[in-house]
Design a protein around this ligand. Structure first.
Ligand SMILES: *[C@@H]1O[C@H](CO)[C@@H](O)[C@H](O)[C@H]1NC(C)=O
Ligand SMILES: *[C@@H]1O[C@H](CO)[C@@H](O)[C@H](O)[C@H]1NC(C)=O
Ligand SMILES: *[C@@H]1O[C@H](CO)[C@@H](O)[C@H](O)[C@H]1NC(C)=O
Ligand SMILES: *[C@@H]1O[C@H](CO)[C@@H](O)[C@H](O)[C@H]1NC(C)=O
Ligand SMILES: *[C@@H]1O[C@H](CO)[C@@H](O)[C@H](O)[C@H]1NC(C)=O
Ligand SMILES: *[C@@H]1O[C@H](CO)[C@@H](O)[C@H](O)[C@H]1NC(C)=O
Ligand SMILES: *[C@@H]1O[C@H](CO)[C@@H](O)[C@H](O)[C@H]1NC(C)=O
Ligand SMILES: *[C@@H]1O[C@H](CO)[C@@H](O)[C@H](O)[C@H]1NC(C)=O
Ligand SMILES: *[C@@H]1O[C@H](CO)[C@@H](O)[C@H](O)[C@H]1NC(C)=O
Ligand SMILES: *[C@@H]1O[C@H](CO)[C@@H](O)[C@H](O)[C@H]1NC(C)=O
Ligand SMILES: *[C@@H]1O[C@H](CO)[C@@H](O)[C@H](O)[C@H]1NC(C)=O
Length: 869
């Protein structure tokens, strides 16, 4: 153990001063004492201790862990295997290691050493040295000691001897993680040079002595995790150099003394897990250097004093589990560096202040188990760093704010046991949520599949299922990630069927998700209302520009706008088969019997430039490209009432859903999966290498791979695709789906084909593994991942392939996919290369399938033997 890595120049300079004085003394002493007799005394004590066995060194100063001064007298005994005593003394610790390997001294006793024999000892570091027994009184004769470290000796027991009070030169006293018991004696008041006082994790009891107030130089006071009782002495206010005050996990009672307000240098104050009562003193507001304030798990009452608003440097504030009441003060908006805020399990009432949105650094917000009412403020959408949000067990009502969807880092969301009403948010907003609990509310909506990342999902005790529409289901993909970049797949009926047939089991497993559709009315309503008038005029102009508002082609039948409206009963929700980033997808059966998919931009979104742009982008891209594995666009409508695209209908929906539901996953056999991967490879190769300028899709994910009734794969959703012009900047905002985005996009904004190659690799792995490769992607470099067998990671829901051609294809897909997810973009193959690789290989594998490890696939020197196909 050692103190936190907080460097304190004052500490080191004070220490150095002490050392220099000590060093001067050494020469004075050695000049007056018969040094050889002292040396022999020391040698005798060291020998008799038995700590070094029966050593026979001519000079005891050469013993491991012993440092002598020039006169041959011991100044340091340093046996700690860990850094100790400011680590400036630790240069002997390397030799200690060789010592400990050549001797075995499992249990040393402090009592075995004659401590009266070391008048010059300055440093005694026995941290983690298997000490047993207790601390002998004689330790008190080491009058020059500046650092005493006896920490991490679990078998060291007994009391702190009163003689410790004689060690007035001590700068650092470390006695933590031992079995020492009894009180902190009042002698500590004599150690006025102390800078570090580490007494935590022992069994010290009794109260903190008032004399502690005499340690004017104290910077670190660590006393947590003992059995200390009684009040926090008001004398603590005299420790004006105190920077760290840790008193948590004791049995301290009474109120927090007002004098605490004098500790102007305090950076860290933790008092949680005690029995402190009364109000939080307003004087805390004077501790303007404070970054860390933990007062949780006490019996503090009253409201949070306004003065706390002065603590502008706060990073971590925890007041959970007290009896605090009143509103959450709006001054919290001042805490611009706050990352953690815990106000849970109190009696805070009123609504969550709007100002919460100003805490831009906030990552962890716990407001659960209070009496909060009103609406969750939409300003919460500004907390882009938030990854944990718990407001469960309150009385919050109204709808879930759409802005929660902007929190792309949110991993844990618990709004259970409130009075939330309205529709569930589209889950596409919650791209990274691992834990989602919305149970015990009044939410309605319809069930959808699609948030594969959610491990803990609880939507129970909501009136949800009542509203599942007759034809509907929603199979939204897990997200337009990172930005509000629109992204959406065309989805379809298979997910609905799967949900219907195995609904209970799915809910039980909590993996495959049910959630509800909602349209983000709140988000844009205001803007739309305002823009309405001007919009009408623009729409007319737009219509004129396009000549015809509906432009439908490449389809051997006429589609009129009216037919579409009729086929979908004016876009009735019953025909909706999915929602996503910038619209909903509908299934429409035309009078001719032909079924098409309609991707419709919601009206409010149509007026939002970003969505409008994606929509037009997709039209532009798809009107110019033709490939058998790219979803066909039949036409589009730009009407002032709605904008939609007309696509070829994909009976089996997206690959994401096909892999999530067992029934469908089993239908999607190995041959089909290999074909899916090949199709995507060919289509991407076409986009990258046959189109001029090249097109980068930018959002390849299993959500955007669609399957027709024959299980042939098609790339869909070109909302974020980009043309790569040779002379234009390739920089862009990041688009894509979390889990499929190439790692380099985290630090460069440059779009290249290699981003698609990476996403393709993930999709290919997901296709043969049956689930997203997840952590495997980041751990591929580790031996434990490389030792995995290919057969261990393949989808276990279908029997392992035995046909040699299928086996070879799977191995080939795995090799190619692993090459595509290399972190260095340049080392990834091109899609042209991938596509040809998958076409031309006609060999079969000589190595037995089950003996192939990921290591071999990463460095492929597979033994393929020519076979006749
Ligand atoms: C120091 O003490 C030793 C015996 O311990 C003795 O032999 C030696 O003469 C003494 N030296 C002086 C300078 O007194
Ligand atoms: C050290 O030596 C003494 C006598 O030389 C012997 O009695 C003792 O047992 C030895 N101790 C160890 C630990 O070897
Ligand atoms: C140790 O002390 C020296 C001065 O003697 C100082 O320069 C150095 O920073 C110190 N090292 C550590 C780790 O504190
Ligand atoms: C501490 O004692 C144990 C046996 O009780 C031994 O295995 C270990 O090596 C000892 N550690 C040191 C640092 O001597
Ligand atoms: C402290 O603990 C010791 C035993 O560990 C006990 O005898 C003593 O009464 C305790 N003192 C207080 C103040 O609780
Ligand atoms: C407190 O720290 C400062 C420098 O940080 C030092 O000058 C002073 O001596 C220390 N002690 C007291 C009692 O202020
Ligand atoms: C604190 O606890 C002690 C017993 O440990 C008790 O005597 C005292 O009354 C308590 N003080 C307060 C303010 O609760
Ligand atoms: C806080 O608790 C104390 C008892 O510990 C009580 O006397 C006081 O009235 C309480 N204050 C408030 C504001 O509830
Ligand atoms: C917030 O933190 C930054 C860097 O950590 C620091 O420079 C700044 O002073 C802090 N702001 C406030 C108000 O404390
Ligand atoms: C929410 O609760 C408050 C009272 O706490 C009430 O005034 C308000 O009308 C409620 N709002 C909704 C939407 O139920
Ligand atoms: C943009 O990317 C394309 C294709 O990779 C490349 O040919 C072109 O040179 C790039 N443009 C710039 C300005 O980097």
């Amino acid at each position: 153990m050692r103190k936190n890595n907080v460097s304190s120049s004052s500490f080191y300079s004070a220490l150095l001063v002490t050392l220099c004085i000590a060093a001067t003394n050494i020469f004075l002493v050695s000049a007056t004492v018969n040094s050889s007799s002292l040396s022999s005394l020391e040698a005798k004590a060291l020998l008799n201790s038995g700590w070094w066995g029966n050593f026979s060194f001519a000079n005891h100063c050469q013993l491991e862990g012993i440092i002598c001064n020039e006169a041959g007298s011991v100044v340091r005994i340093f046996l700690s295997p860990v850094a100790s005593c400011s680590s400036n003394f630790s240069y002997s610790s390397s030799s200690y290691y060789s010592y400990s390997s050549s001797y075995s001294s499992p249990h040393r006793k402090l009592e075995n050493m004659d401590w009266t024999s070391f008048p010059n000892l300055e440093v005694l570091s026995l941290n983690d040295c298997n000490l047993t027994g207790s601390i002998p009184e004689e330790i008190g004769t080491l009058s020059k000691l500046t650092c005493l470290d006896l920490s991490n000796n679990k078998n060291l027991e007994g009391l702190l001897p009163l003689t410790l009070g004689n060690l007035t030169q001590l700068v650092e006293l470390d006695i933590c993680y031992t079995n020492i018991t009894g009180p902190i004696p009042s002698f500590v008041g004599q150690l006025t040079n102390l800078i570090d006082l580490h007494l935590f994790s022992n069994r010290l009891n009794g109260s903190i002595p008032q004399e502690i107030g005499k340690l004017k130089n104290l910077v670190y006071m660590f006393m947590e995790d003992n059995i200390l009782s009684g009040p926090i002495p008001s004398y603590i206010g005299q420790l004006t150099n105190l920077t760290y005050l840790r008193l948590s996990s004791n049995r301290l009672n009474g109120s927090i003394p007002q004098e605490i307000g004098k500790l102007k240098n305090l950076v860290h104050m933790s008092m949680e897990d005690n029995i402190l009562s009364g109000p939080i003193p307003s004087y805390i507001g004077q501790l303007t250097s404070l970054t860390y304030l933990h007062l949780s798990s006490n019996r503090l009452n009253g409201s949070i004093p306004q003065e706390i608003g002065m603590l502008k440097n706060l990073v971590d504030m925890s007041m959970g589990d007290n009896i605090l009441s009143g509103p959450i003060p709006s001054f919290i908006s001042q805490f611009i560096n706050l990352t953690d805020l815990n106000l849970s399990s109190n009696r805070f009432n009123d609504s969550i202040p709007l100002e919460i949105g100003d805490l831009m650094q906030l990552a962890h917000l716990d407001l659960s188990h209070n009496l909060l009412t009103g609406k969750i403020p939409s300003s919460i959408g500004k907390l882009i760093n938030l990854h944990f949000f718990d407001a469960s067990s309150n009385q919050v009502n109204d709808t879930i704010p759409a802005e929660l969807g902007l929190l792309s880092n949110l991993g844990h969301l618990d709004l259970s046991s409130n009075q939330l009403s309205g529709q569930l948010p589209p889950i596409t907003w919650l791209s990274q949520v691992q834990y989602l609990n919305l149970s015990h509310n009044n939410l309605s909506g319809k069930v959808l599949c699609g948030i594969y990342s959610v491990n803990g999902l609880d939507l129970s005790y909501n009136p949800l299922t009542r509203q599942i529409p007759q034809y509907g289901y929603d199979c939204s993909p897990p997200s337009p990630a990172l930005s509000q970049a629109p992204s959406q797949a065309i989805n379809k009926t298979t997910c609905y069927k799967a949900i219907n047939s195995s609904k209970k089991r799915i809910v039980m497993r909590t993996l495959l998700i049910s959630l509800l559709i909602t349209i983000f009315i709140g988000l844009l309503a205001f803007a739309c209302f305002r823009c309405r008038k001007t919009h009408k005029k623009e729409a007319k102009e737009r219509a004129m520009k396009n000549g015809d508002i509906c432009s439908i082609w490449n389809y051997d039948g006429r589609i009129a706008y009216e037919d579409i409206i009729k086929a979908t009963n004016d876009f009735d929700i019953r025909y909706c088969i999915g929602t996503g980033g910038y619209g909903s997808v509908y299934r429409a059966q035309l009078p001719s019997g032909k079924v098409v998919a309609l991707k419709k931009l919601h009206r409010f979104e149509a007026e939002e430039p970003a969505f409008d742009k994606s929509f037009r982008n997709e039209v532009q891209m798809l009107t110019n490209i033709r490939h058998r594995n790219i979803v066909k666009l039949y036409g589009f409508c730009l009407h002032n009432r709605c904008m939609f695209l007309v696509f070829e209908y994909m009976e089996r929906g997206n690959l994401f859903c096909a892999l999530r539901f067992e029934v469908e996953a089993i239908e999607l056999g190995w041959t089909q999966r290999v074909n899916v991967v090949k199709s995507i490879a060919h289509a991407l190769s076409y986009l990258h290498h046959d189109c001029t300028p090249p097109i980068v899709h930018r959002d390849i994910s299993t959500n955007n791979i669609l399957l027709n009734s024959e299980m042939e794969a098609f790339i869909g959703d070109f909302g974020t695709a980009r043309l790569l012009y040779p002379d234009s900047s390739n920089e862009t905002i990041i688009a894509g789906t979390y889990g499929y985005i190439a790692p380099e996009l985290a630090y460069t904004m440059v779009v290249t084909e290699k981003c698609d190659v990476y996403s393709f690799g993930v999709v290919a792995l997901e296709t043969i593994m049956g689930s997203h490769p997840g952590e495997l992607l980041s751990s591929l470099a580790s031996p434990s991942s490389q030792n995995l067998m290919l057969t261990d990671v393949l989808d276990s829901r279908i029997p392992h392939p035995t046909n040699p051609v299928v086996v070879r294809n799977i191995v080939l897909v795995a090799i190619v996919a692993l090459a595509c997810v290399r972190s260095e973009p340049r080392s990834r193959p091109t899609m042209l290369c991938v596509s040809q690789e998958l076409l031309v290989c006609k060999k079969t594998l000589a190595t037995p399938f089950r003996t192939i490890s990921l290591r071999q696939l990463l460095n492929p020197e597979m033994d393929f033997t020519q076979i006749k196909e």
